[in-house]
Design a protein around this ligand. Structure first.
Ligand code: GDP
Length: 360
């Protein structure tokens, strides 16, 4: 996504996806499964490992999804999954006062049903007005389940006995009922006509990969249909992002892992980064991406790049970052007035402070 930029000045960026849900319901496993499927399906290099995020390009999604996806129906470039699941990371990650994630997956264990953190996650999604779908996970643990690795849900559903199907249906309808009690009109995803009004429930197994083709298809469809306008960005414009994590890296000092959601960052850019006390003004020393696994031997885990465009995850090395905070804004100054950019970052920091105080 870096290299020379031959795209239109305005371009559609990748929607940013977050995964939420109760502990042990399978958030990490689901992310691992999606990453794993993408690596298997992808030609070498087609899937890009970012810092703190995984980009799954449209062509990989359409290979995984098979008949479910016709790539000609889409012009969004794919999906960018934030690698850190959970609602703590979701609430600290904002963009311009809203949620950093454009779209979310709420993972619910299909046997365990709604649990306290499921309700908390729903509350967060409701308040941040983030569109989401529900992954009813662990369908392979329904007693008597006959697993069909990586198959779309319809195929594996037909391969189950009547009793197994009934049991799964009962559990799924319980989840749909719980969603309705919380004020969300929901249904099995293939019955949903309008994903803006109704929450789609997708039965999946993060273990066997069943339903994962459907999950990716629904996420892609939902983004394409309802979020396209929000994804239009000025690719070459000054980058805007959010700090995921502040980390010491040997040889680079303090770095900020950043999700860029607008524009580009270049290796010679000046930045304003939100700090504990005040905005930090600094110059990029290096932009770092994970080196492909095959190339890691004694060399650094990272490789330097000259430029990255949204949406992507990038590690930024720069002086003076010790006071940077997770969740804080990152803005490229480039040819704008420095004081103006500082004021923007200050305003965003004030927003974060108010929200944090409200959450107690
Ligand atoms: P998290 O806390 O939500 O991130 O949950 P994890 O991904 O760590 O999963 C918790 C446990 O459930 C682990 O032991 C997983 O192996 C298991 N698990 C997750 N998804 C599935 C699934 O679809 N099927 C089965 N059988 N086990 C699962």
């Amino acid at each position: 996504m870096s290299d020379t930029d031959t795209r239109d000045p305005t371009s559609l960026r990748t929607p940013i996806v977050a995964v939420l849900g109760h502990v042990d319901h399978g958030k990490t496993s689901l992310l691992d499964k999606i990453r794993g499927s993408a690596v298997i399906e992808g030609e070498a290099g087609a899937i890009t490992q970012h810092i703190g995020a995984t980009a799954v390009p449209l062509d990989i999604i359409s290979t995984i999804a098979g008949d479910l996806v016709d790539p000609d129906d889409f012009d969004l470039p794919g999906l960018l999954f934030i690698d850190t699941p959970g609602h703590h990371s979701f609430t600290t990650l904002r963009s311009r006062g809203g949620a950093l994630a454009d779209i979310a997956i709420l993972v619910v264990d299909v046997n365990d049903g709604f649990q306290p953190q499921t309700l908390e996650a729903l509350d967060i999604l409701r308040r941040s007005e983030t569109p989401f779908i529900v992954a009813a996970n662990k369908i392979d643990t329904v007693p008597g389940w006959n697993a069909n690795e990586d198959s779309p849900i319809n195929d594996t559903y037909e391969a189950q006995s009547d009793r197994v199907r009934e049991r799964l249906d009962e559990n799924l309808y319980e989840i749909i009922g719980n969603l309705s009690d919380e004020g969300f009109s929901a249904d099995l995803y293939w019955r949903v006509q309008n994903f803006q009004r109704n929450v789609g429930v997708v039965p999946v197994s993060a273990m066997t990969g069943e339903g994962v083709p459907d999950l990716l298809t629904v996420m892609m469809g939902l983004s394409q249909r309802y979020m396209k306008e929000e994804m239009e960005i000025d690719v070459a414009g000054p980058g805007v992002g959010t700090v995921l994590e502040v980390k010491e890296e040997k040889g680079f000092g303090t770095t900020v892992d950043t999700v860029l959601y607008d524009g580009t960052i270049r290796s010679d850019d000046q930045l304003v980064v939100g700090g504990q006390n005040e905005p930090i003004v600094t110059d990029v020393r290096a932009l770092l991406q994970p080196r492909p696994l095959a190339e890691i031997r004694t060399e650094s885990r990272f490789e330097k790049v000259d430029e990255v465009s949204a949406a992507s995850g990038i590690k930024v090395a720069a002086p003076e970052l010790a006071d940077a905070m997770a969740g804080a804004p990152v803005r490229v100054v480039r040819d704008r007035d420095l004081d103006e950019v500082i004021a923007e970052v200050q305003a965003e920091l004030a927003d974060i402070a108010v929200d944090t105080a409200e959450e107690g």
